[in-house]
Design a protein around this ligand. Sequence first.
Ligand code: RNT
Ligand code: ZN
Length: 417
Amino acid sequence: MSANKAYELAKEIYASIGVDTEAAIAATEKIPISMHCWQGDDVRGFENPEGDLTGGIQTTGNYPGRAKTIDQLKADFEKAASLIPGKKRISLHAIYLDNLGEKTDRDEIEPKHFKTWIDWAKQNNLGIDFNPTCFSHELSADGFTLSHPDDGIRKFWINHCKASRKIAEYIGRELGDTVVTNYWIPDGFKDIPVDRYAWRKRLSEAYDEIFRDYCDPKYNLDAIESKVFGIGAESATIGSHEFYLGYAVKNDKVLTLDAGHFHPTEVISDKISACLLFVSDILLHVSRPVRWDSDHVVIFDDELKNIALEIVRNGFEKRVHIGLDFFDASINRIAAWVIGTRNMQKALLYAALEPTAKLRALELEGDYTSRLALLEECKSLPFAAVWDYYCEKAGAPLRGDWLGEVKNYEKDVLCTR
Ligand code: RNT
Ligand code: ZN
């Protein structure tokens, strides 16, 4: 059934509380979502696809059909993207390189290793974001990279990050777009350290070195990601929130907020407005922590809506770069991408349909009774009708129609791998 009939009624209902559904759709269509490539292959990459995932992060599950080549990953990503409305980018990790048949260590990567990704992104009208990969490598095996006390090892990772930054700038130039490069390192202690300051000082100096050379901000922005703890590094994380917030403010870097990287009762939706008073941009890693940084598929829950509301209410669409970061290997990986990304889109549309001006006025008047009443009434407005119409207009499947396509793809493609 087409979405039109229900949409016409929904449009009237929203208009009666002063919300323009067409404007909400137009605003949502413009916001890009950076889909992480690593959902497609359990964060393995193509440097050594059979190698272990290390660095205190984990994908659990062994659902069949994981992408094992660049072409497979591209095909899977295209499939997923075709089932999602709105503007999309792809976030690539350095380990997704095309090594052109030659063993290439992390400090040797060059723009040429990402040429096929760039060509493909151009064909598919996708933006690209980038990430150096400071894990799943023999030189990160003891849990430290940029803060490592060994000069040689630390230098290796600094060089990897520098090489990544050059690649990102190159990609940005090629696409005529700004790439956001995210630096995340696993460095941390399983047990209680005695000299936290020294490790953090080394990390800070390593970043100074990485960012020393000029890089055109038109083509690359550097983002730094904190964490509360990782598996096997429970007692101290060198790159903590205070570390990165301080570094970003002092050095004008983009601050990355990952939804799974804080204590369980903290939420990143509350941090956006505070951090944006002191940093120019934020990169989000929208994820779903279940009791820990478990990276479950993003669902349409209150926190997701609150993240979107914080962005849209304040007009932060240009300053908050929305990236996804989850990896579930226990369900169909393409479905995971589609569910999580459609939910992010849904949340942005939901936020754009809020009668924010009215709510703000009530708040300023101190009429918190009416604020609560209206906020709760908003939850049962005919949002679904607008969402369906948005999908139809974007040429994306309506409601659950995408699932059949994923199941067919599983049968025809994934199960033959
Ligand atoms: C790890 C961080 C990091 C990674 C990706 C693969 O806890 O969230 O962003 O998930 O870079
Ligand atoms: Zn993350």
